[in-house]
Ligand binder design. Structure first.
Ligand code: ARG
Length: 566
């Protein structure tokens, strides 16, 4: 039983003017439990009905027949507040968690397909700390949609095309060598790129050479394609190290180059729809009337652009996957780009424009002194992760020197910590990355959550297989600490739903932090396994087991491991 839905049904029986869905949307979870478990604010209705909210609230509550799962209905201010019957909630929530285990609240498969495009670094460029957000948020959303039952397609829209590849080919042919490139692909390619720009200042024929080589690449010249493939593959190998560390893989690596041969058709269609204009030999779409400026779709030399490739990609994805949603996890610097792109496909008459969703995020900066940078001011994501692992190792060796498997655990905790802190931040805010805060076992961190999970596992381990499978939960109803854990467990569905609707994983982080805090409070003020009362012991162990599932289900969606010992 979904209590929120049941309450919406109940309210519907005494509210004419709103649909059940609308009511569901209005119902809130009050900030503290003195105000009930659910509240229905009457302010919106008050405007429509031209009556004071308090009066409406009273009328509603008088008309409602209190069902068994509700212990009390109170009118407070302009709210109708509902208090659930503790025992019924306990029974329902714990039965469900213990049945569904680490797939708690996972949804049945649906037929719709959701594409999540994320990470999408540029070939031959560093995979740096700035990429952490798209990579980690995107991966969490990908896993979330999967959890919610959608068919999901994770796409890495690699930046693997553009005139810079002409420059790289020239530079490589002049100054590069295979072994060096294979050893350290990104560093070497970056160096070649920088050298090209330095030399270009002195020798302008280089510019022409680069243009000529890019043209060859477009024309699928054998040597150009071979070198480009080599750069792409070596870069990908290096990116993959980070993906492996994070446990990420993609369903498709169709990046910008994939669309290079699909450009003429796109330009043709834009033209057919009367959207294409000439501007000094270049082709543009005028979006001034939508306040989106003028969008360049083809340069005067005939080459296409980032924007045009995105239009082609959306068309291709619709045709290939018939997506229900096509989500782009890309920084907020590209808001204008995505608005232009959406507007153009909308004007082209593609109604799926509305299903293309840009999920932007703020910037990340490193706290001063967090990590010394490799040469050239860029902080590689790989270095951040390795540093987190190393530091974690020192921390856990000190805390628990007898722990087995310290290396593997340091990875799970160190990487989990970086991922968790990323997802616990509100997506749209800028933030400062602090390694110390991230790795702390206290506060709102990944290690804190993992530690809580391990603590709960250890309680169960120490109970030596005591059988709690027929717990009745009767002793939990008067235990305030226990009830508050269960109520938080009961909000997971809501957190998942919100996280999905807003493409905002931090709702899940909030849930798992609240759950951890509540369990730790319970743990500190109640004995769990060391009690004589057998009924109570069963109930408390069952609750403890439920907490492990409540935590691991959430961390799973984040791609974070839940070690049983740490
Ligand atoms: N490669 C781009 C960058 O690093 C991000 C690509 C975003 N995705 C897209 N479909 N435009 O800035």
């Amino acid at each position: 039983m979904d209590f929120k839905v049941e309450i919406a049904k109940l309210l519907k029986s005494s509210i004419e003017s709103l649909s059940e869905e609308e009511i569901l949307d209005i119902i809130e979870i009050p900030p503290n439990s003195d105000m009930g478990d659910f509240a229905f604010p009457c302010f919106k209705l008050s405007k429509v009905m031209r009556k004071a909210p308090q009066i409406i609230a009273s009328e509603i509550s008088e008309n409602i027949q209190k069902p068994d799962f509700i212990s009390e209905i109170k009118v407070l201010g302009g709210y109708v507040n509902f208090y659930l019957n503790n025992y019924m909630v306990i029974k329902q929530v714990l039965d469900k968690v213990l049945l569904e285990k680490e797939n708690y609240c996972k949804k049945e498969p649906k037929k719709e397909t959701v594409i999540v495009e994320y990470s999408s670094p540029n070939i031959a460029k560093p995979f740096h700390i700035g990429h952490i957000r798209t990579t980690v948020i995107g991966h969490a959303l990908y896993k979330l949609y999967k959890y919610m039952g959608y068919n999901t397609v994770g796409i890495n829209h690699l930046g693997d095309y553009g005139t810079q590849f002409g420059k790289l080919i020239v530079a490589y042919k002049k100054w590069g060598n295979v072994d060096e490139l294979k050893q350290e692909p990104i560093k070497t390619l970056l160096k070649l790129y920088v050298k090209f720009h330095e030399e270009e200042e002195k020798d302008s024929t280089l510019t022409d050479d680069a243009r000529a080589w890019f043209k060859k690449l477009e024309e699928k010249d054998e040597e150009a394609v071979r070198l480009w493939t080599f750069f792409r593959e070596e870069s990908l190998k290096e990116f993959s190290k980070v993906y492996d560390m994070l446990g990420i893989s993609f369903d498709s690596y169709a990046g910008e180059s994939f669309y290079s041969d699909k450009m003429p058709a796109v330009i043709e269609e834009i033209k057919e729809k009367n959207l294409l204009q000439d501007s000094k030999g270049a082709r543009v779409v005028d979006l001034e009337q939508y306040d989106l400026g003028v969008a360049l779709v083809q340069k005067s030399d005939g080459s296409t652009l980032y924007l045009t490739r995105d239009i082609a990609a959306a068309m291709y994805r619709k045709k290939t996957y018939d997506f229900y949603k096509n989500i782009y996890v890309v920084g907020s610097q590209q808001i204008l780009h995505f608005k232009q792109f959406k507007k153009i496909i909308e004007l082209m008459g593609h109604d799926y424009a509305k299903d293309c969703i840009h999920v932007p995020f703020g910037m990340v900066a490193l706290e001063e002194g967090t990590l010394s940078t490799r040469k050239g001011n860029v902080v590689f994501l790989e270095d951040v992760l390795n540093n987190a692992i190393e530091k974690t190792k020192t921390i856990i060796e000190e805390k628990n020197p007898n722990l087995q498997n310290i290396d593997e655990l340091s990875k799970q905790i160190g990487i989990g910590a970086v991922v968790f802190q990323e997802l616990s931040n509100s997506r749209t805010k800028d933030y400062i990355f602090s390694m110390e805060k991230t790795l702390s076992f206290e506060g709102e961190t990944g290690p804190y959550v993992q530690y809580t999970h391990a603590r709960a596992c250890s309680v169960i381990r120490k109970s030596n297989g005591f059988d709690y499978s027929n717990a009745t939960y009767k002793t939990l109803a008067d235990n305030e600490d226990a009830v508050s854990i269960i109520k938080i467990l009961g909000t997971f569905d809501d957190a998942l739903e919100k996280a999905m609707l807003k493409n905002e994983p931090h709702h899940i982080a909030r849930y798992v932090l609240d759950l951890s805090q509540a369990f730790n409070k319970f743990y500190h003020s109640n004995s769990i396994a060391n009690i004589d009362d057998e009924e109570m012991k069963k109930d408390r162990l069952a609750l403890t087991k439920a907490v492990t599932y409540g935590i691991s289900s959430a961390l799973n969606i984040f791609g974070i491991k839940s070690p049983e010992q740490m």
